[in-house]
Design a protein around this ligand. Structure first.
Ligand SMILES: [Zn+2]
Length: 200
């Protein structure tokens, strides 16, 4: 048997195991430790999981962000404006944030500035309510990645994505430092949402 780097015994076998991804699971033959249960996924295993995950048409996980009533009401109004359900709008904001915003070379600073401004504009003392948002495999992978890189919990990623998108829509271009970038992102976000809304 191979050596397990977790429990430091020679207990690693190659056998069928359930790999859990959110609420879903896939059974694969993988290296795993008989003693401590650690599963070691090879890049090939990861590829198989991705292939499977990307074909799933249902959500794999429920994430539970908290929003103040003020932010909830604003996002509900935007959703209505675009003819979307609230959760659809939240998911679109999250997707836009993770797949588009993060690609910008100024993302780090822009994120700081946007979050600081939303904290100033929206009352943080306002009552916060937990909401449920179901997410797909693809979104979950991207959330996990962001969560690792920026050390933010998954549900908090959704919260900040929504805050930043509302920031862009509401007052982004008033922030002088990022006037141009935020104005462009606002247009992109609007197009992104409209594109989805008309295809949904
Ligand atoms: Zn072990």
């Amino acid at each position: 048997m191979k050596f397990c780097i977790n429990c430091e015994t020679e207990s690693v076998v190659h056998s069928k195991k359930d790999i859990h991804v959110g609420e879903e699971k896939i059974r694969l033959e993988v290296d795993n430790c008989k003693k401590c249960g650690t599963v070691f996924l090879s890049p090939k295993d990861q590829e198989k999981i991705d292939e499977w995950g990307n074909t799933l048409t249902t959500a794999v996980k429920e994430t539970q962000p908290y929003f103040t009533d003020e932010v909830y009401n604003i996002t509900r109004d935007y959703a209505k404006k675009y003819g979307l359900k609230w959760t659809q709008f939240v998911k679109l904001c999250t997707a836009f944030y993770l797949f588009k915003m993060t690609k910008d070379k100024n993302f780090k600073k822009a994120r700081e500035v946007l979050l600081a401004q939303t904290a100033e504009n929206f009352s943080i003392k306002d009552r916060k309510t937990k909401h449920s948002v179901s997410i797909s495999y693809r979104m979950l992978k991207q959330l996990e990645l962001f969560s690792d890189v920026w050390s933010v919990r998954e549900a908090n990623v959704v919260e900040e994505a929504v805050l930043c998108c509302v920031g862009l829509l509401d007052f982004g271009k008033e922030i002088v430092e990022f006037e141009k970038m935020f104005d462009e992102k606002k247009t992109e976000l609007q197009e992104y949402v409209v594109e989805y809304a008309t295809s949904a």
